[in-house]
Write a protein that binds this ligand. Structure first.
Ligand SMILES: NC(=O)c1ccc[n+]([C@@H]2O[C@H](COP(=O)([O-])OP(=O)(O)OC[C@H]3O[C@@H](n4cnc5c(N)ncnc54)[C@H](OP(=O)(O)O)[C@@H]3O)[C@@H](O)[C@H]2O)c1
Length: 277
């Protein structure tokens, strides 16, 4: 479903919690042409609401009940630790109007949302990541059995405004998504930090080492995205036998980089399960 098709449906989107992540999604939607008049945001922070209203022209309120009154989709974008307290008072209206419920909170299960809001509701659990702040996010989505195909399309379009989307059939897959893309930006920042610092040790200025590192990461990601060959093949193509890249990769591989990432992602996935439980 395109933004235009979503607009044609006049789908009213309501964000509960208007912090970093909600602001990014709202900014992405408005930038892509979604009418601000169809977007509502509720948050206790008046200054944050004023900023959002000024930048995007959406409806804002400090009253969650008022915000959800006419919502077709409710995007729950508060911190996980306050989600239960935020949802409970909304359950009466939600049971009556039955909007699509979308949660972006890490570690909050569909069963938690059902407990707080009511049985048999259409619920989508998502896991976006921080590059959403610059509309380059990756979002994993999971829908329960009450979500219609049309509602899935609506969710895809909303999260498509901040990057790429992928649906999963099993809720357990969200722990794997957390391990790869949810926590993933930090792995790349660490690798970039390490390259930057090594470049400085070799004698580059800190600013040049940073610029070269970041641009190389961006270029490598764009090349991988634009290419239809395996990542391993892209690596082989820049690794001439007996050359500089081969010398560096040998050190990384002998140092156990691949095994380290195996262990790191298992640790992230296990921790995601623990936090959700
Ligand atoms: N940031 C990320 O990269 C990322 C990635 C994946 C998932 N997420 C998930 O996204 C959610 C939001 O994260 P965020 O980074 O956007 O957090 P955030 O910037 O702190 O935004 C949360 C907002 O919710 C507001 N809020 C608190 N209590 C509320 C209530 N009762 N009713 C309405 N709004 C209320 C907060 O206001 P106050 O500040 O005044 O309390 C704040 O403005 C979290 O559940 C997080 O797990 C974030």
């Amino acid at each position: 479903m395109t933004i235009k098709q979503l607009t044609d449906q006049s789908a009213r989107l309501c964000f509960i919690g208007a912090g970093n992540m909600a602001s990014s999604i709202i900014g992405g939607l408005v930038e892509q042409g979604y009418p601000a008049s169809l977007i509502h945001a509720a948050d206790p922070d008046i200054a944050q609401l004023a900023k959002l209203k000024k930048e995007n022209g959406i409806h804002t309120t400090t009253d969650n009940q008022q915000a959800i009154a006419e919502a077709d989709a409710l995007i729950l974008a508060v911190k996980p630790q306050v989600m239960g307290a935020v949802c409970a008072p909304l359950s009466g209206t939600v049971r009556q109007k039955r909007p699509l419920i979308i949660s972006i909170a890490a570690g909050i299960k569909v069963s938690n949302l059902i407990d707080w809001l009511g049985d048999d509701l259409p619920v989508v659990r998502t896991m976006p990541n921080t590059p959403a702040l610059v509309q380059s996010g990756a979002t994993g989505l999971y829908a329960n059995q009450y979500v219609t195909k049309m509602q899935q399309d609506i969710a895809t379009t909303i999260f498509g405004a901040i990057g790429m989307t992928r649906w999963f059939d099993q809720e357990e897959d969200m722990d794997r998504v957390v391990a790869v893309s949810g926590s993933g930006p930090a792995y790349f920042f660490l690798v970039m930090e390490a390259i930057e610092q090594a470049g400085v040790k070799l004698g580059l200025s800190p600013s040049i080492a940073r610029d070269l590192t970041v641009q190389t990461a961006l270029g490598a990601a764009k090349l991988a995205q634009a290419s239809d060959v395996e990542l391993a093949e892209l690596r082989r193509r820049v690794t001439s036998p007996g050359g500089t890249t081969e010398a560096a990769l040998k050190v990384l591989q002998e140092g156990g980089l691949v095994e380290l990432f195996d262990r790191a992602l298992i640790a992230a996935s296990d921790r995601s399960k623990e936090l959700a439980d």
